[in-house]
Design a protein around this ligand. Structure first.
Ligand code: FES
Ligand code: FE
Length: 447
């Protein structure tokens, strides 16, 4: 039976069993649930839409998605960052067909209505005959989403009642600072996002990045052997994953910090000038976590994630370079996800480092990246396995969480709740626990 759009919170409560750390497979294969997610999550939470370095000048814009709504992220003529619904207020056409550019405004291709880059209506067809005289002209402005920024990270929400972005990010800000505010000038994007469609439910990505330690050695084993020198790379990775912390940052934001074995040098994969800037910019506790991190993988609920790690494809002769990928998991259907993936780098990095960081990112986490190829196949096979008539009646398991959820680390340097292993499954499951809170309307400001 499909759950239809009228279902009540009580109809969905049982789909995530918090106590036993399991979830119904139905949440990955039901079009009615996907539709309800768009309403109950994607129109209510803060959503990541871009980085300030993508729109540095007045008039710069990029087009994005908020749930299944197209939007324009634009810096208006006065320098203010706007997120405009990309749908003409006349009959609904997209007003911007491009993916990026610089524009004083947007002219609808259907009947030619004109909007400036703040979203304000400037002209309609036959203005003098009707619109300017007989209506409140500005009710034709493009719908504007509420915008929030944390440093250069730009988020937006349709929800006027949503808590502030600062409160929404909460403890995650301490970790976001390690990733995006670790040098005085901050980060910049390395080009436009790559986009591709994977044949799976959108939640598999945020869960995996929230994060799934155990899959790394199995799914990514061959590429691990190829990109780390020495014959015991997989074993070293497995040991590191088992012994490294996973962190619940609160509000559904979760991730892992995989710590390098003792034999590895600190700050593996960075150029020395950047390391000096990290040491000047970050707090000692943040440096403690970052300097030994060979992988940082996290999700900001619901669909923004990052992955960072050092990579070399000639491990015998070339030291690794650290890449940082950020991504949105766009829920385009119950069984389709459009992945938007950017690369970021410190503004102060040398051109050579930037080039290599981008190259390592593209070769690992992108449409053609080795790691994404691995994951795409695994996630496609999950979708096939869960959506049959028998498959959807069963559960998925996160029961390792039962062994770890009461074992919070007491000496962890960061905020939130940390657990002693990337294998703990607590934080990955926590993404679904938060999902359930939205879907059952348990969050006051998101009702
Ligand atoms: Fe845009 Fe008519 S739909 S001008
Ligand atoms: Fe993976």
């Amino acid at each position: 039976m499909l759950i239809d759009e009228t279902f009540q919170p009580s109809d969905i409560e049982h789909l995530v069993d918090v106590e036993n750390a399991t979830a119904s497979r139905q949440i990955f294969c039901d079009p009615g649930i996907w539709r309800m997610e768009l309403q109950r999550i994607f129109t209510r939470t803060w959503l990541f839409v871009g980085h300030a370095s993508e729109i540095p000048k007045a008039g710069d814009y990029v087009t994005r998605l908020m749930g299944n709504d197209p939007v324009i992220l634009v810096r208006d003529a006065g320098g203010e960052i706007r997120v405009l619904h990309n749908s003409c207020t006349h009959r609904g056409s997209l007003v911007c067909r491009g993916t990026s550019g610089n524009a004083r405004g947007f002219t609808c291709p259907y009947h030619g209505w004109v909007f400036d880059n703040s979203g304000a209506i400037r002209a309609t067809a036959m203005d003098d005959a009707l619109y300017k005289q007989h209506t409140d002209y500005h009710h034709f402005d493009l719908k504007r989403a509420r915008v929030g920024t944390y440093g250069d990270l730009i988020f937006a929400t349709w929800n006027d009642d949503a808590i502030s972005l600062d409160d929404y990010l909460g403890d995650a800000r301490w970790y976001l600072d390690i990733m995006f505010h670790r040098t005085p000038e901050g980060m910049e994007v390395l080009g436009a996002p790559h986009r591709w469609v994977s044949t799976n439910n959108w939640k598999l990505g945020p869960m995996n990045f929230g994060a799934d330690g155990p899959h790394a050695v199995k799914v990514h084993g061959p590429i691990t052997d190829a990109t780390f020198a020495g014959g015991n790379a997989r074993q070293m990775l497995r040991d590191a994953l088992i012994e490294s912390p996973s962190v619940s940052m609160g509000n559904g934001h979760n991730g892992i910090w995989t710590q390098a074995p003792e034999a590895f040098p600190p700050f593996l994969g960075w150029e020395p000038a950047l390391i000096e800037l990290f040491q000047k910019t970050l707090k000692p506790e943040q440096l403690q976590l970052m300097q030994r991190a060979v992988a940082s993988v996290s999700t900001i609920f619901p669909n923004f994630s990052w992955v960072q790690g050092p990579a070399s494809f000639e491990p015998a002769t070339k030291m690794p370079t650290t890449f940082l990928a950020i991504r949105n998991w766009q829920p385009i259907a119950h069984d389709r996800t459009e992945i938007w993936n950017w690369f970021m780098v410190e503004k102060e990095a040398s051109e050579a480092f930037k080039e290599e960081a981008k190259r390592m990112g593209i070769r690992t986490f992108s449409a053609g990246g080795t790691f994404d190829q691995d994951d795409a196949e695994a996630w496609h096979s999950i979708q096939r396995g869960v959506e049959g008539e028998i498959g959807r009646t069963l559960d998925v398991s996160f029961e390792m969480a039962l062994a770890y959820r009461d074992r919070a680390l007491v000496d962890f340097p960061g905020p939130g709740t940390a657990y002693p292993s990337n294998y703990a499954e607590v934080t990955e499951f926590d993404v679904l626990v938060e999902w359930q809170r939205y879907m059952t309307c348990k969050i006051d400001w998101a009702r």
